[in-house]
Design a protein around this ligand. Structure first.
Ligand code: ATP
Ligand code: MG
Length: 551
């Protein structure tokens, strides 16, 4: 498993950084992770986080967390806090916490500089005209009649835009580049718009807001970022990134490098669509354990180490790649197999009475928390006359090769005794509701004499067991690429949550801390829910099944 400290230098971005440092282009590498606070982070962001923070740490550099907060209508402080929490939980420490809005005043001054150099102008085309003038991939754009406004007039109008003299949308500030450029991003892109919206940090101080492309490169440069890592869709924006920095008085010019986005099967990595799932109530919230958000994965029981391991395994390239959900699942399975305490839980209880076991006797059996790792300690599991086993572990009419309990047959109760089933009790409908058994008192930690017993099943003592609700989560979507559907919500898996309300779990779990993770032996990996679980009602979330059941 990879730790943050020992990431191998395997991807092309690390190679570029290593080379730049070797050539003394920089003393120190500085990266940044720049989320827009318009939703919770998802597993795709984890890829970017691991890359940016990983590179900084590997090369003894720094990584900033910067909120790219230039779209106030969709952003909120709630998202800011959630993002900080998630980055921290993933195991990373930012050098500085910044906001694009920290730079609003400087951004404004640079815009004035562009105007003074004749490289920006105030335009009065409306949105529809803008589209029409922009041209297309095959047709050059057309110059706006305002393109040749004088510098003095542009300065006056831009000052008055800021002062709030105009209505929303009445004017735009645009870069003056080239309306015939083959790259449409270079056809006089907008730099500022008039927008009267309250900003979560700057309040109502501004009624003009800078555009993303304009803001991003300048924020990078102001922070002294050396390598600005972003996803492939920004490759076409790189000429603009460079144009802006080349034309303002700033001496830092970060290198933008693009890599491919993570696309994960059977889920969705888009804040906008995840927001729709929340708003329309398809899930219980951003932290619903089925969500591919960091908060959802955490609540489901994922560990930071498993997510970092996943990001390391998928690698960083320029090729679009769909990753199978099983890759993520096997990361968490491996981690929990090594680290999760074992416990016993019966999801569908069947009562077993051990007729020859003394009525009032209770044995406190000592069991290992982890069978392969004694350092994880031991726990006490009570054993008594009445126990529950899983309904599935008894067969009235056994299929061929059935190794569990049958009438007249024997099975071992894990960590306890071999029992034999003598009699089945059924209800009026013929359903098996109780088994009358006997136990072999010479089989505690010993093989039975003169015969072989193959099956081993889990159990809990009826009187000591705790009631629990167990939430069995499955994949959120039924199709590998829900985004390709006309309406992605139609592809939701209607069986993505099954709630078991009357499970029985062993008594040692009364002491479990919220969020702690267990392997329920033979059942799967589970996590004590951090939101709905309480001392009076334990709630467990299934993190992942023991084996890959999807193939
Ligand atoms: P979304 O569409 O989900 O909002 P975004 O790219 O608009 O994604 P930002 O908050 O702007 O989200 O992203 C912050 C950083 O995370 C950016 O550098 C972005 O490139 C990166 N990022 C976002 N989604 C992915 C992904 N699926 N894979 C890798 N990196 C991603
Ligand atoms: Mg975005």
């Amino acid at each position: 498993m990879s730790t943050i400290e020992n990431l191998p230098a395997t991807n092309f971005i690390r190679q570029i950084v290593a080379k730049d440092l070797a050539e003394n282009k920089h003393n120190k590498v500085i990266t940044r992770f720049p989320p827009e606070p318009n939703g919770f982070l998802h597993i795709g962001h984890a890829k970017s986080i691991c890359l940016n923070f990983g590179i900084a740490s590997e090369f003894s550099g720094l990584c900033n967390l910067r909120f790219d907060d230039t779209n106030p209508e969709k952003e909120s402080i709630e998202y800011v806090h959630a993002i900080e929490k998630d980055v921290h939980w993933l195991g990373f420490k930012w050098a500085e916490l910044r906001h694009s809005s920290d730079y609003f005043e400087q951004l404004y001054d640079f815009a004035v500089e562009l105007i003074e150099k004749g490289l920006a102008y105030v335009d009065s085309l409306n949105a529809e005209q803008m589209r029409e003038y922009r041209g297309s991939l095959t047709k050059p754009g057309k110059e706006s009649p305002d393109r040749h406004r004088s510098i003095a007039e542009n300065l006056d109008l831009f000052t008055r835009m800021r002062a709030g003299e105009f209505s929303d949308g009445q004017y735009l500030l645009r870069a003056k580049i080239d309306m015939a450029a083959s790259n449409i991003n270079m056809r006089d892109p907008a730099l500022y718009r008039i927008r009267r919206v309250h900003h979560q940090r700057t309040g109502d101080a501004w009624c003009i807001y800078p555009m993303y492309d304009y803001t991003h490169c300048i924020s990078d440069a102001l922070e002294g970022i050396t390598h600005s890592l972003c996803t492939l869709e920004f490759a076409d924006h790189r000429p603009l990134y460079d144009w802006i920095l080349d034309n303002i008085s700033i001496d830092c010019h970060p290198l933008q490098i693009e890599f491919s986005r993570l696309e994960l099967e059977y889920t969705i990595v888009s804040k906008r669509k995840l927001n729709q799932l929340v708003v329309e109530g398809h899930v219980s919230g951003w932290d619903d354990p089925r969500m591919p958000t960091i908060a959802g994965l955490r609540r489901a029981g994922f560990t930071p180490a498993a997510i970092r391991d996943f990001c390391e395994r998928i690698g960083v390239t320029k090729k679009d790649a769909w990753i199978e959900m099983s890759v993520l699942e096997s990361c968490i399975r491996e981690d929990l197999n090594n680290t999760a305490f074992r416990a016993m839980a019966v999801l569908e209880p069947l009562k077993v009475v051990l007729e020859n076991y003394p009525e009032a006797q209770v044995e406190q059996l000592e069991m290992s928390n982890h069978p392969q790792d004694e350092t994880q300690g031991k726990r006490i599991v009570p054993f008594a006359k009445v126990v529950y086993i899983e309904q599935d572990d008894f067969a009235d009419i056994p299929p061929p090769k059935y190794k569990r309990l049958i009438e007249g047959g024997e099975v071992r109760l894990r960590g306890a005794y071999v029992i034999k089933c003598n009699e089945i009790i059924k209800d009026a409908e013929g359903k098996v509701i109780e088994l009358r058994c006997t136990y072999d008192e010479n089989t505690l930690g010993k093989k039975p004499e003169g015969r072989k017993v193959k099956g081993v099943i889990h159990w809990v003592a009826a009187e000591h067991a705790l009631d629990a609700e167990v939430r069995l989560y499955d994949r959120l979507f039924n199709v590998a690429n829900p985004s390709a559907e006309e309406n992605f919500c139609d592809a939701l898996n209607p069986n993505s949550l099954e709630v078991v309300t009357d499970a029985k779990v062993e008594s040692s779990l009364a002491k479990a801390e919220l969020g702690s993770r267990f392997q329920f032996e033979r059942v799967g990996y589970f996590c004590l829910d951090t939101k709905d679980s309480s001392a009076s009602k334990l709630v467990f979330n299934r993190t992942v099944t023991l084996r890959d059941t999807w193939v």
